[in-house]
Design a binder for this molecule. Structure first.
Ligand SMILES: Nc1ncnc2c1ncn2[C@@H]1O[C@H](COP(=O)(O)OP(=O)(O)OP(=O)(O)O)[C@@H](O)[C@H]1O
Length: 606
C-alpha cells in the first residue's frame, strides 16, 4: 500500500453488478449520445487495432515455420518467403499503430467532451439546488461528485471500456486460435490456468480490503493535519502542540501498521503470481514440447500457441481489475445521476423571453408565518410571525441571539419553504413569483461579507455583473469605500480573497454595501455585524448604510443603537415570536419590556 500521500481519495464505493444497477448506471451514457459518431468510429478502430494485435502471434508462428523449412502457402498456391512474411508483419504493426492512434484520438475526445458536459450539468444543478440540500450534505461530499466521481467516469470512458472490449476480444479470439492450433493442448492449458487465476482473484480481493483500511487510516491522519493547521491559533493559544503531535503520531502509527500488513500480502501476492503463473506456463510448455517432439505440432505453432497463451493469461488477469473498475464506475455514475435527479428550487424557472421585467414596490406582509428548519424538524424556530412593512419603510428586528431574526429574513429570500402562514410582497404570495426574478429585487448585506477571490472591481460588480467601471466607482463612493480602494496602488484591480490582500471587517462591509448599491434592489436586508468596529470605521459604515437604505424597504437585523433609533418600526423577537413592536421611543419607555432591557444592557456595555 502506498502511503506517500498522493493517493488520498478513499476507495470509491462499488456497486454490485446486477441487471438493475447496470441499467441505472448506463443512463450516464445519455451524455455520450451527442458524440455517438465519434464514439462509434472509436469502437470500430478499437476493433481493428485489437484484430491486428491478435494477428501478430499467428504471423510470427508462420515466420518461425518458414524458418524451420515449412513455407507459408497462400490459398492461391503462392508460397511466401521469410522476408515477405516479415514485411507483412511490419505492415500489420504499422496498421496497428495507426488504428491505435485513431482509437485514442476519437475515444478520448468523446470522454473529454462527455466529462465536460457532465460537470457542467452537475454544476448547473448544484447552484439551483435548494439551501436545505447543502445543509444535509457536506460540501466535501458534494464537491467530490464533481471531481472524483466524474474523473472515475472519465477513466472508464477513455480507458476501462476500451480495455474491457479488448480483453474480451483477446479472450474470444485467442481461445479460438489456440483451439485451431491444437485442441488437446488448448484443453490442457485451459484446465491449468483458471484455478490459478481464481486463486489470484481471491488473493487480490483480500489485498484490496487491506489497502482500503490503510487508506482510511491515512485519511484520518490527514484530518488531524487539516484541523490543526486550520485552527493553528487555537492550538497555540491552548499550548496543545505536544498533545496534537502525540495525536498525529498515534494516528501515523496506525497507518504504518495497516500499510505493513497490506504490503506483506502484496509481496505474497507477487510471489504467488510468479510461482503459480510460471508453473502453469512451464506445465503447458512441457506438454507442448512433448507434442512437438511427437511430431503432432510444428515449432511455429508452438510459438503462436505460447504467445496466445500469454495474451489470454494477461487478459484473464486484467479482467478481474476491470470488473472492479466497472463496479466503481456504476457507483459513481449512480451518485451523479442521483444529484442530477434532485429537485431544484421549487420556483426556479428560466425567465420567459419577451415578458416585461418584474416591478417590485416593496410592500411586505408576513401572515402567521411558522417555520422549522428541514434539518431540525423538531424545533419550531418561528411560531406565529405577522407584521407588515410599507414600501420604503425601515424596520429593525431586535432580540436575543437565536431568537429567529436571521431566519425571518432568510424566508423572504425563499431559501426555505414555510411550514405555515404566508409571506406577501406587493400583495402577492412570494411563492407565486419567479424566484430568480424576485431575488433580483432583494439586496442583502450580510453580517460576514464573503469576498470571492478576484479583484475589488469584480467583487463590487457581483451586484450587477455587467456594470461599467463608472458605475462601480460611483457605488464605491456612495458606500464610503472609494477612499480606501483609491489608496491601494492597484485601485479597483487590487486582488482580495485567498490569493489577495485581506480587507478589514469595516472595509469588507463597505464592499458589500457597494455591491448592494449597484444591485439597486427595492427591498434591502441588512444584517448588522455584531463585531464592533472602531468609531471611525463604524461612522463610515453607518453613513454608507444610510445612503443605501434611502427609498427602499429595509429590514435590518439591528445591533447598533443608532440604526435602531432611525427605524420606522422595531420588532422585538424572542423565542420565534414578536413579543413587542413599536417605535424606539414607545418601546424604550416600557420599563418591563424586553426592548428596554436590551437597551439598558447595550448602554451598560458601551
Ligand atoms: N440552518 C439552520 N439549520 C437548523 N437550525 C438553524 C439553522 N439556522 C439557524 N438555526 C436555529 O434557528 C434558531 C434561530 O436562529 P437565527 O439565526 O434565526 O437566530 P438570530 O435571532 O438571527 O440569532 P443571532 O442574533 O445570534 O444571529 C436558532 O435556534 C438556531 O440554532
Amino acid at each position: 500500500m502506498n502511503t506517500s500521500g498522493t493517493d488520498l481519495a478513499p476507495e470509491p464505493e462499488k456497486k454490485k453488478l446486477t441487471k438493475q444497477s447496470l441499467q441505472h448506471g448506463l443512463r450516464i451514457f445519455r451524455y455520450v449520445l451527442p458524440y455517438r459518431t465519434k464514439f462509434i468510429i472509436g469502437l470500430v478502430l478499437l476493433t481493428l487495432s485489437s484484430a491486428t494485435t491478435m494477428c501478430v502471434p499467428w504471423v510470427i508462428g508462420k515466420l518461425t515455420d518458414a524458418a524451420t523449412g515449412k513455407p507459408f502457402v497462400l490459398p492461391n498456391g503462392v508460397a511466401l518467403s521469410i522476408s515477405q512474411i516479415a514485411l507483412a508483419l511490419f505492415g500489420i504493426i504499422l496498421l496497428q499503430g495507426l488504428f491505435s492512434f485513431g482509437r485514442i484520438w476519437f475515444v478520448t475526445q468523446v470522454s473529454e467532451f462527455t466529462v465536460r458536459d457532465i460537470r457542467q450539468a452537475l454544476y448547473t444543478k448544484f447552484v439551483s439546488l435548494p439551501i436545505p440540500y447543502f445543509e444535509k450534505n457536506r460540501v466535501g461530499a458534494i464537491t467530490s461528485r464533481i471531481t472524483s466521481d466524474v474523473s472515475q467516469i472519465q477513466d472508464t470512458f477513455s480507458l476501462t471500456l476500451a480495455e474491457l472490449f479488448r480483453q474480451v476480444m483477446t479472450l474470444i479470439v485467442g481461445v479460438t486460435f489456440i483451439m485451431m492450433v491444437s485442441v488437446k493442448l488448448s484443453l490442457f492449458m485451459l484446465l491449468t490456468f483458471p484455478p490459478i487465476v481464481l486463486l489470484a482473484m481471491v488473493f487480490g480481493r483480500k489485498i484490496r480490503v487491506l489497502s482500503k483500511a490503510t487508506q482510511d487510516e491515512l485519511a484520518k491522519t490527514n484530518v488531524i493535519v487539516e484541523e490543526t493547521l486550520q485552527g493553528i491559533n487555537t492550538v497555540k493559544a491552548f499550548t496543545n502542540e505536544q498533545f496534537e503531535t502525540r495525536r498525529y503520531t498515534a494516528s501515523l502509527t496506525n497507518t504504518l501498521r495497516a500499510a505493513l500488513k497490506s504490503n506483506l500480502y502484496r509481496g505474497g501476492f507477487v510471489s504467488f503470481v510468479i510461482i503459480g503463473l510460471f508453473s502453469g506456463i512451464i506445465l503447458v510448455l512441457w506438454r507442448a514440447a512433448s507434442l512437438v517432439a511427437a511430431g503432432q505440432m510444428s515449432t511455429g505453432e508452438l510459438f503462436s500457441f505460447g504467445l496466445y497463451t500469454i495474451f489470454i493469461g494477461a487478459s484473464v488477469g486484467g479482467l478481474g481489475e476491470l470488473y472492479g473498475k466497472v463496479q466503481s464506475t456504476l457507483g459513481a455514475s449512480e451518485r451523479i445521476l442521483e444529484i442530477l435527479d434532485e429537485p431544484t428550487e421549487p420556483t426556479h424557472q428560466p425567465r420567459v423571453a419577451g415578458r416585461a421585467p418584474l416591478e417590485v414596490r416593496g410592500d411586505i406582509d408576513y401572515q402567521n408565518v411558522a417555520f422549522r428548519y428541514p434539518t431540525r424538524p423538531d424545533l419550531a424556530v418561528l411560531k406565529d410571525i405577522s407584521f407588515t412593512i410599507q414600501a420604503g419603510e425601515k424596520i429593525a428586528l431586535v432580540g436575543p441571539s437565536g431568537a429567529g431574526k436571521s431566519t425571518i429574513v432568510q424566508l423572504l429570500m425563499q431559501f426555505y419553504e414555510l411550514s405555515g402562514g404566508k409571506i406577501l410582497i406587493d400583495g402577492r404570495p412570494i411563492s407565486q413569483y419567479d424566484l430568480t426574478e424576485l431575488r433580483g429585487h432583494i439586496g442583502i448585506v450580510p453580517q460576514e461579507t464573503i469576498l470571492f477571490g478576484g479583484s475589488i472591481r469584480e467583487n463590487i460588480a457581483y451586484g450587477k455583473t455587467d456594470a461599467t467601471d463608472d458605475e462601480v466607482v460611483q457605488a464605491a463612493r456612495k458606500a464610503n469605500a472609494w477612499q480606501f480602494i483609491e489608496s491601494f496602488p492597484e485601485g479597483l484591480d487590487t486582488l482580495v480573497g485567498e490569493r489577495g490582500i485581506k480587507l478589514s471587517g469595516g472595509q469588507r462591509q463597505r464592499v458589500a454595501i457597494a455591491r448592494a448599491i449597484l444591485k439597486n434592489p427595492a427591498i434591502l436586508i441588512l444584517d448588522e455585524a455584531t463585531s464592533s468596529l472602531d468609531s471611525e470605521s463604524e461612522h463610515l459604515v453607518q453613513q454608507a448604510m444610510d445612503e443605501l437604505m434611502q427609498h427602499r424597504t429595509s429590514i435590518i437585523i439591528a445591533h447598533r443603537l443608532s440604526t435602531i433609533r432611525k427605524a420606522d418600526k422595531i420588532l422585538v423577537i424572542d423565542g420565534g415570536r414578536i413579543v413587542e413592536h413599536g417605535t424606539h421611543d414607545e418601546l424604550a419607555h416600557n420599563d418591563n419590556g424586553l426592548y428596554a432591557n436590551l437597551l439598558k444592557l447595550q448602554f451598560e456595555l458601551s
